[in-house]
Design a protein around this ligand. Structure first.
Ligand code: AMP
Length: 222
């Protein structure tokens, strides 16, 4: 891996996944989302997927050892040699240390950590109204970005569903988990001068622009 390693940080519902899809179109690096990897394993009913499911449905984190192994295997593949955009990983200090070691083994390091800031009320509003296309993964929001026809994807006509961990009770628990387990990463990356705060309550376009600017400036300096 010789290029830019971006770690997108932010609470659930801050728009990391949606922004990541846009960013990789511009950056040309793979988008590695630990949540998507777990959901893929679950759809294939692998042992890992079935194990992870019990944590995911409760809004808990999957244990560090299996999460690290899965993500490190993914970012060790040749398509990540020129850089990668990580979304949802690391989520604990242990995972951050494991990532640092895995990158250092190849002589690399994290380039920048944009932190997408969104208030708790906004997270609840966004996630409980989120719908995802079963077929192509397109993401909608019933409040600000509804599909033209209820329950049907504008892009491919697939059926829309609500992620089981987007119900209000689980969203609250995911937020609690974020503050307890993941927010220490803010201090961890701040101390390494890698953190850049982004206002996640602006328009999608303004957030994308801020992210691209932060990544571009960090890549130039590194
Ligand atoms: P996400 O799509 O990133 O919101 O992730 C969905 C769920 O997958 C989380 O609520 C966790 O249960 C699990 N998960 C995703 N990434 C991680 C991670 N880095 N560490 C532990 N669990 C994770």
């Amino acid at each position: 891996m010789s290029g830019t390693v971006v770690v997108l940080l932010g609470p659930p519902g801050s728009g990391k996944g949606t922004q990541a899809k846009r960013l990789v179109e511009v950056l040309g690096t793979p988008h590695v989302s630990s949540g998507d990897l777990f959901r893929h394993h679950l759809s294939q009913e692998t042992e890992l997927g079935l194990m992870a499911h019990s944590y995911m449905e409760d809004g808990e984190l999957v244990p560090d050892d299996v999460t690290v192994e899965m993500v490190v295997e993914r970012i060790s593949r040749p398509d990540c040699e020129d850089g990668v955009l990580l979304d949802g990983f690391p989520r604990t200090l242990n995972q951050a240390e494991a990532l640092k070691k895995a990158l250092a083994n190849r002589g690399h390091q994290v380039t920048v950590v944009p932190l997408i800031q969104v208030s708790d009320d906004e997270v609840l509003r966004r996630l409980t109204a989120r719908r995802v296309c079963e077929a192509c993964g397109a993401v909608y929001n019933l409040v600000f970005n509804p599909p033209q026809e209820e329950g049907v994807c504008d892009v491919c006509g697939g059926d829309l569903y609500q992620r089981e961990d987007d119900d209000p009770e689980t969203v609250n628990h995911r937020l609690y988990t974020y503050y307890k387990e993941t927010s220490p990463l803010i201090g961890y990356y701040f101390a390494q001068d890698l953190l850049v705060e982004i206002d996640g309550e602006q328009s999608f376009k303004a957030v994308s622009e801020d992210l691209l600017r932060a990544i571009g400036e960090a890549a130039k300096e590194s």
